[in-house]
Design a protein around this ligand. Structure first.
Ligand SMILES: Nc1ncnc2c1ncn2[C@@H]1O[C@H](COP(=O)(O)OP(=O)(O)O)[C@@H](O)[C@H]1O
Ligand SMILES: [Mg+2]
Length: 253
């Protein structure tokens, strides 16, 4: 028997003034599943990501976490449930090194009195944990002491994903993670997505690139003008079929 999905959205709607950004949208994601979220500009993809991340609150609809209704009214609640988000604009600090970026805002103190009384930070421990997390994800960053400014765009994206993983999330939202990358670097990010699936994480991958979707996604959910326009089992569906759902040549209510 299969249990309930890790995360399910049912009939979610969101309006901004005159714009109906989302209308009766459904989405499901299971453990170890990569769901691509596709749609033309303005289709509502980023709004949907923000609703799941607790940045926007839906006007209508239900969100279920492991089969139970939840109200994700703030990013903190999303985080507590186990939802991590990597936004398109990368929030990394250029002048800090890789390890410092991974632990930004959640620095570890030294054990014992050195941490408690002197409030010394455990740089060695943070570097070791950073190295371990990067290695576990197959992320190729040679030196965790290298400033982030010295990394390639692809390495920066994988470091941003790695940062999101330190909180041990169960669902990761990636909004266009390969949009700014060249082909080899995008390939590297997709390898990391594969690794997340291996680890049983549910991934929602917003993408414009059908090649990426074919390479890595299990399911694809298409949005068109704020509504669902089809769910596709990616390995058995042609890119043409998904593409025509995106542009609205076919309606898949
Ligand atoms: N904060 C906002 N205020 C007003 N309109 C918004 C806001 N956010 C998104 N929209 C509108 O909602 C629609 C969906 O936008 P968005 O979710 O960003 O689409 P996508 O990410 O698929 O390109 C667009 O028409 C957009 O202009
Ligand atoms: Mg968007």
């Amino acid at each position: 028997m299969i249990g309930p999905p890790l995360l399910a959205l049912r009939g979610v709607s969101k309006r901004f003034g005159a714009v109906q950004a989302l209308k009766d949208v459904d989405l499901e994601i299971r453990e170890g599943e990569v769901v691509a979220l596709l749609g033309d500009n303005g289709a509502g993809k980023s709004t949907l990501v923000k609703v799941i991340a607790g940045v926007e609150t839906p006007d209508r609809g239900v969100i279920e976490w492991e089969g139970r209704g939840v109200h994700i009214t703030s990013p903190r609640i999303a985080h507590r449930l186990g939802i991590a988000t990597v936004y398109q604009t990368l929030a990394l600090c250029d002048d800090l090194d890789v390890a410092e970026n991974l632990f930004l805002g959640r620095e570890r103190r030294c054990p014992g009195v050195r941490g408690r009384l002197l409030r010394l930070l455990d740089y060695g421990g943070m570097r070791r944990q950073a190295r371990g997390q990067l290695d576990a994800m197959g992320i190729r960053v040679p030196d965790v002491r290298a400033p982030v400014a010295s990394l390639s765009a692809g390495q920066r994206q994988t470091v941003a994903i790695c940062r999101a993983l330190l909180g041990r999330p169960r669902v990761v939202l990636l909004d266009e993670p390969t949009a700014a990358l060249g082909v080899p670097q995008a390939g590297h990010v997709l390898e990391v997505v594969d690794e997340l699936r291996e680890q049983g994480v549910g991934v929602i991958l917003v993408s414009h690139n059908l090649g990426d979707v074919k390479a890595v996604a299990d399911e694809a959910a298409v949005l068109r003008l704020g509504r669902n326009n089809g769910f596709f089992h990616v390995p058995t569906t042609s890119q043409e079929r998904i593409f025509s759902a995106i542009i609205g040549a076919t309606d898949n209510p």
